[in-house]
Design a protein around this ligand. Structure first.
Ligand code: ATP
Ligand code: MG
Length: 198
């Protein structure tokens, strides 16, 4: 029988600068190396050109990534390097233009996250961008707190996104804030780069 975590904790990567999803993926890589099963659910983003999806296919079956956000209309050309991500935001559910379909997808994402966490087959479950869903009114903090309270002991849950709510910070065992000192885009006008930002 494979080894499981003795005690799974709750981790939060929040803050305004780069590093939240990258940190979660770094953790996933480390865990996969030890044979753990990692499941990542992307709540608001759906760009199918992002490198971690192809890396996950290589690390399969230890790493699985499922995206519930919107896809990019140029995804296949960006993936192959013929086009670049311009940061247009098409792949990201935005507060100003939330549709019924976005709401349905976020509800579906939460139901799926619940099944995966409560099922207990995966050692680490990453809920990427979930923290942004609260301020857009797409998820209730209470329902996520309830899910975390009921998680199996051996499952580690990682939540990422800006503006972590106090209730989640309170129950987490690790909270890291990516504080913005400099960012290539903000400070040097350098756009998102293939293999670095996506
Ligand atoms: P990454 O996926 O690179 O670790 P992240 O998960 O911390 O980033 P998100 O809020 O998911 O950050 O941001 C998505 C994109 O916006 C990434 O390409 C990221 O590099 C970029 N980004 C993050 N912080 C900033 C910032 N302060 N200014 C400009 N762009 C940013
Ligand atoms: Mg992110």
């Amino acid at each position: 029988m494979r080894q499981r975590l003795e005690r799974g904790l709750i981790q939060v990567y929040t803050g305004n600068n780069k590093g939240k999803t990258t940190a979660a993926l770094g953790l996933a890589l480390r865990a996969c190396g030890h044979g753990f099963q990692v499941y990542m659910i992307s709540f608001l983003k759906g760009s199918s050109y992002t490198g971690e999806l192809y890396a996950a296919a290589r690390l399969s079956p230890n790493l699985r990534i499922v995206q519930f956000g919107r896809n990019c209309p140029h995804a296949s050309l960006i993936k192959e390097g013929f086009m670049k991500c311009t940061g247009c935001g098409e792949c990201f559910v935005k507060r100003e233009e939330i549709t019924g379909e976005d709401r349905e997808k976020m509800a579906l994402a939460f139901r799926h996250a619940s099944e995966i966490i409560l099922g207990g087959d995966h050692d680490i479950v990453i809920l990427d961008e979930i923290l942004n869903a609260f301020k857009y009114g797409l998820l209730e903090v209470g329902e996520v707190v309830g899910l975390l309270k009921g998680k199996p002991e051996h499952v580690e849950v990682v939540l990422t996104g800006r503006d972590a709510p106090p209730e989640i910070i309170e129950m987490a065992h690790l909270v890291t804030e990516m504080a913005g000192i400099k960012h290539p885009f903000k400070d040097y006008g350098i756009a998102a780069r293939r293999g670095i930002e996506y």
